[in-house]
Design a protein around this ligand. Structure first.
Ligand code: NAI
Ligand code: MG
Length: 337
């Protein structure tokens, strides 16, 4: 029996094109890995009436590690359907969502000796507006936003633990406590209290709208950003632009005993089925499993280097201005490995 087991859930749309590429990469750097395939998503829901079958939850639990593509979720309420990724995060208590952005310089010109963008968004992953308590009361449409001190402390620890091992050692707390003083007050105060135990880490705080502006205009000033669920989701899409966009951005949902890697992007119905989706986000997400779930840092770095080298060789999909297909880019990455 292999020490490393990976549950693979391609999901819908481009998930089915990019996840097989990432699996090949994992198998290449970790030949002993045992692969278990599982089903989830909109297509699964229309076939079986369940977007996240119990067998999939059991497989993830058994493996302790999963690679998830993306699912297509309708933007209107469909009876019986809830986004499986949100359910998985809650079911396995995957309380931290790590979303790194490293500057991708496609022009090949150095930014005049400036240190590149290297930031990490640590997003609380189980609470906030994503708890799914949305309902009508007469004419009022209501969404509850739940923040606890316990979960805020827990995500604060993740942020500071990661910050101490980084070059800049800086944590920026992003919130909107001027408008939401109760919920975001709890979040901000809990994270600040955690920070008191890390004298080597600088702490600052920024309101979320200003943070969005600064991520778009002065991204180099950030190191680790810690935020609540929805704000972290939105800000990581903004940050992803500096790293080459949605096709490149990786993410890891991390709990105490299970981790689920997933590219930040969705099912991309506008490009799916054409072998043109960028596999880098999925492959870099797989590298995050290697690094954070299995502590295989050398293997993770090898994979990351291969991805960025392939891009610098000009083997790029259309979203990065190139002409490579999904499979050509993945093959080049495998060749480099
Ligand atoms: P999306 O991320 O699927 O697409 C946004 C844009 O990025 C599109 O122009 C798309 O072509 C591009 N893009 C995405 N992945 C790419 C890749 N690998 N390579 C190159 N370009 C890529 O977001 P959108 O369009 O808002 O949502 C589409 C569907 O995905 C919806 O049903 C939504 O619910 C779902 N979704 C699922 C997520 C998940 O499962 N974690 C996350 C985000 C959206
Ligand atoms: Mg998102």
């Amino acid at each position: 029996m292999s020490e490393y087991k990976l549950c693979v859930i391609p999901g819908d749309g481009v998930g089915r094109e990019v996840i097989p590429c990432a699996v090949e990469v994992i198998q290449h750097v970790l030949p002993s890995v045992a692969i278990v395939s599982a089903d989830a998503g909109w297509d699964c829901f229309t076939r079986t009436g369940n977007a996240l079958p119990p067998a999939t939850l059991a497989a993830i639990q058994d493996c302790g590690a999963a690679l998830f593509g993306a699912v297509s979720s309708p933007s209107h309420k469909v009876e019986g359907y809830r986004s499986p990724i949100v359910q998985m995060r809650q079911h396995f208590n995957l309380y931290a969502n790590l979303r790194p952005t490293r500057e991708l310089n496609l022009s090949g010109h150095d930014a005049a000796g400036q240190p590149g963008i290297d930031l990490l968004i640590v997003r609380e992953n189980t609470q906030g507006l994503y708890i799914g308590r949305e309902y009508m009361r007469g004419d009022e449409a209501i969404a509850e936003r739940v923040i606890t001190s316990e979960a805020s402390t827990r995500i604060g620890r993740v942020a500071f633990d990661l910050a101490v091992s980084r070059l800049r050692r800086q944590v920026t707390i992003v919130h909107k406590a001027n408008i939401l003083p109760v919920t975001d007050g709890v979040f901000r105060d809990a994270v600040r209290a955690v920070g008191a135990a890390y004298p080597d880490v600088k702490i600052d705080e920024v309101l979320v709208d200003t943070a969005a502006m600064l991520l778009a205009s002065k991204p180099r000033q950030f190191d680790v950003i810690v935020s609540t669920n929805l704000f972290g989701d939105i800000l990581s899409d903004v940050a992803s632009v500096w790293g080459g966009g949605m096709g490149v951005a990786p993410a890891l949902n991390l709990g105490d005993s299970v981790a689920i890697a997933e590219p930040v992007h969705g099912s991309a119905p506008d490009i799916s089925g054409r072998n043109i989706a960028n596999p880098a986000g999925a492959i870099l997400s797989a590298a995050m499993l290697l690094r954070y779930r299995w502590k295989l840092v050398d293997e993770a770095e090898r994979v990351e280097r291969a991805v960025f080298t392939a891009i610098s060789h000009g083997i790029r999909t259309a979203d990065l201005g190139g002409q490579a297909t999904t499979s050509a880019m993945a093959h080049h990455i495998l060749d480099l490995l």
